[in-house]
Write a protein that binds this ligand. Structure first.
Ligand code: FAD
Length: 385
């Protein structure tokens, strides 16, 4: 039987990062992927994700600061450009720019609170309804490019990479460690298993030989099929002129008769959008699925209409007609905190809630530290037992 000290399940951002760090640290590692790395049905495909420091929770802002040099390292080692510095804008009554600014003061990140009038003059491509938090050193990361880079570097450092290898179950081996078994009956013996299965985690959790107490203590994972839309820039602007945006506000919900909190994000679409359009989406606007296996890849026309109306009102610098669209999976925890926790020889990694990409190269370092016993993670990531 094939054997590997570490087996990593899932080659999205988190699994590929874990394999990269383990292999480059001299560990024997095998990376298993049911499809292809950063495949179209997971969460890590596509060329653009927001890299911003603004977090209401200081722990996460500090982790972004830790992630930044790892993105540079990944760019250096892979000889690829994976980060574009375009800056980031956060605004809206529900985003509380003043609080974000206080957090970044404490963490030591360059930023400025810009009054609404000045913001309207400086970035006329957006329409602002409050003061704005400006982070000039934020930008956009290339998620799919990063997965490709980390898988390539992991393989160069000796990792085995198996694609179209779907894990059906992980069972305890007769003497020590685990047997990882595929849907086709192939087997690999592993001393340690790291599970970074994204939206498939709810599917596979109960087939990993995890203790019941641990399973019961895990938060409920909510998988959503999210939708993003690309709107063409008016002619004078290209990607470099578009800071990313997060806008949070409340609006009346006629059906429910109350107010609903909305979070919108927008960023240059990059390569996937032929570098000529802004990617805009309603955060948590997609339908909830039992797990990734039930996704249909269909865009809801009501979501497209809502985002288009938003763009008409708040993004005067684009033509309010989407020229491309895509679906992508969120795997949410109730608090939007990440999970990295090891029990016996199995490490569960679930770091999405729609904001994990910016931490990609760091998550693998943290997860490999937990799996090898040489590192720790913030308390927020632990599963209370
Ligand atoms: C629309 C969208 C926008 C986002 N925007 C941002 C952003 O602006 N900024 C930001 O920081 N983050 C953002 N994110 C979040 C970020 O992209 C995710 O946190 C990250 O991609 C999650 O990666 P992952 O490796 O956990 O999951 P995935 O990329 O889904 O990887 C999991 C992999 O596991 C494989 N797998 C599953 N089950 C098995 C099995 N049984 N056997 C073998 N392989 C298996 C899957 O095929 C998949 O390739 C966004 C996400 C989406 C969907």
């Amino acid at each position: 039987m094939e054997s590997s000290k570490y087996v990593v399940i899932g080659a999205g951002l988190m699994g590929s990062s874990t394999a990269w760090h383990l292999a480059s640290g001299g560990q024997e590692v095998t990376l298993l992927e049911r499809d292809v790395p950063a495949g179209a049905f997971g969460s890590s495909h596509g060329s653009s994700r927001i890299f911003r420091y603004a977090y209401p929770n200081e722990t996460y802002a500090r982790l972004v600061k830790e992630a930044a040099p790892l993105w540079s390292q990944l760019e250096r080692e892979s000889e690829r450009t994976l980060f574009q510095q375009v800056g980031a804008l956060d605004f809206g009554a529900e985003r509380n720019p003043t609080h974000l600014s206080e957090v970044l003061d404490r963490v030591g990140i360059e930023h400025r609170l810009v009054e609404v009038e000045e913001a309207r003059e400086r970035w006329p491509q957006y329409a602002f309804d409050t003061d704005v938090m400006w982070q000039p050193t934020a930008g956009v990361v290339d998620a799919e490019g990063a997965v490709d880079a980390m898988v390539t570097l992991a393989a160069k450092a000796g990792a085995q990479v198996h694609t179209h290898w779907e894990v059906a179950e992980v069972v305890e081996a007769p003497t020590t460690g685990y047997i990882v078994r595929s849907t086709e009956g192939r087997e690999i013996h592993a001393a340690e298993v790291i599970v970074a299965a994204g939206g498939w985690l709810p599917n596979i959790l109960r087939r990993l030989s995890l203790p019941k107490g641990f399973l019961d203590a895990l938060p409920t994972f909510e998988v959503r099929q999210e939708q993003v839309f690309h709107f063409p820039y008016e002619e004078v602007l290209d990607d470099a002129d578009w800071p990313t945006l997060i806008h949070m506000f409340r609006e009346g919900d006629a059906l429910r008769g109350d107010e609903t909190k909305r979070a919108i994000y927008a960023l240059p679409g990059g390569r996937n959008a032929e570098n000529r359009g802004l990617k805009v989406a309603l955060h948590n606007g997609g339908k909830v699925l039992p797990s990734a296996a039930q996704q249909d890849g269909k865009v809801d026309p009501r979501n497209r209409d809502w985002v288009t109306r938003y763009v008409e009102r708040y993004v005067p610098g684009v033509v309010p007609e989407p020229y491309a669209e895509a679906t992508c999976l969120f795997t949410n925890t109730p608090t939007e905190d990440f999970i990295i926790e090891r029990v016996d020889g199995i490490t569960v990694v679930s770091t999405c809630s729609g904001h994990g990409a910016k931490f990609g190269p760091l998550i693998g370092l943290l997860a490999s530290g937990v799996a090898t016993g040489n590192g720790s993670v913030p308390q927020e990531f632990r599963v209370p037992r």
